[in-house]
Unconditional design. Structure first.
Length: 266
């Protein structure tokens, strides 16, 4: 009888494939469970991060109102009293000139402090955003920053939904504020444009300038090293609300920032 390989049992191969399929099915089931758990954890983290961001904005709103309605009004009253004191100083008094000079200096200091307080209040949380909505707030922002010498800012805003989500409106305003602030401080631009369009499902914010531009990868790398939190912070906040943040630029080619954000946060 010839020596050779042992014959394969007829049922051994089908049983091996069946066992492999069962093992594969078990692994796929575990994989899906882990994926679902990871996705749930990510959604929980996003909700938590949005809550933290919302608390920060609420605190900004509270501090802004305290500055405006509390300290600001007290400073305005102080200025009024100083003016009354200036008028009450008798011109013939020997110490009149010294007193008037001191009072005038006090009035100038109080006026400068009042202006700084109001500016800080608007920086923390512009009241116009809460009182009148996103579009008036953006137009106010453009008017304010257009005061920078040598820079003209154009604005184009579509009609916005009347029931626009408050968090979405705040996020768009903050990104517009930071982006235009960067243009004023760093871009050396002469023209910038802010455009906000709505396609029915998303809001699309675009901010462009004709300035010196930058290397996007290098700019985000600087932000990642915590040397600057601007670009990285804007991108992270956009992602928290299911949005997309894109920076297109190049040395000497200006800069364009685009934010695409769903009307209803995901």
């Amino acid at each position: 009888m010839k020596q050779g390989l042992d014959p394969i049992e007829p049922q051994s191969r089908p049983e091996s494939i069946e066992a492999l399929n069962l093992r594969l099915a078990e692994l796929m089931h575990r994989h899906n469970e882990l994926f679902d758990r990871l996705r749930a954890d990510q959604q929980h983290f996003a909700r938590l991060a949005r809550s933290v961001w919302r608390v920060q904005e609420d605190e900004r709103r509270r501090l802004a109102r305290e500055l405006h309605d509390g300290i600001g009004q007290n400073l305005a009253a102080l200025i009024h009293q100083i003016r009354a004191a200036v008028r009450a100083v008798p011109a013939q008094a020997e110490t009149a000139l010294t007193a008037l000079s001191a009072l005038n200096q006090a009035q100038e200091l109080a006026q400068a402090t009042l202006e700084d307080t109001r500016a800080l209040s608007r920086l923390l949380r512009p009241q116009i955003l809460d009182d009148l909505g996103l579009e008036p707030a953006l137009r106010w922002l453009v008017r304010t920053l257009s005061a920078a010498p040598g820079l003209h800012i154009r604005i184009d805003v579509d009609p916005l939904p009347l029931d626009l989500n408050a968090d979405v409106a705040t996020l768009i305003f903050r990104i517009a504020q930071e982006s235009l602030g960067n243009v004023v401080k760093h871009a050396q631009a002469t023209l910038a444009t802010l455009a906000l369009h709505c396609d029915g499902e998303r809001l699309i914010l675009s901010i462009s300038d004709d300035g010196r531009g930058c290397d996007p990868a290098a700019a985000f790398a600087v932000s990642a090293r915590s040397e600057s939190t601007g670009l990285g912070g804007m991108r992270d906040r956009a992602r928290l609300f299911g949005g997309e943040f894109v920076l297109k630029s190049g040395p000497g080619a200006g800069c364009t920032i685009t934010l695409r954000l769903p009307l209803i946060p995901t």
